[in-house]
Design a protein around this ligand. Sequence first.
Ligand code: SF4
Ligand code: F3S
Length: 104
Amino acid sequence: TYVVTDNCIKCKYTDCVEVCPVDCFYEGENFLVIHPDECIDCGVCEPECPAEAIKPDTEPGLDKWLKINTEYATIWPNITVKKEPLPEAKDMDGETGKFEKYFS
Ligand code: SF4
Ligand code: F3S
């Protein structure tokens, strides 16, 4: 599966949702997640994210994000249509420690 990681937080560009053939993105206030059981590993969303926040879970060190994507995909509502990024998206792109401060 692919997973959404830290740099999506407080940016939420949502370009990713438009290209997913199986509509497996779910939306929180400041972050999106991918439903790991629904993702077919096509990879088309990865280059679409301006924040480079989408990664294959085969990359090392992503266990935490796989857990977060798995948990919140069953709680948050589905999102399939692109919307405006969060107003602070440009400033927050590349910030560190966003999970601790802004995850929601
Ligand atoms: Fe959707 Fe493909 Fe991205 Fe998985 S890899 S979330 S199926 S676009
Ligand atoms: Fe987040 Fe990137 Fe999608 S910032 S909403 S994963 S396009």
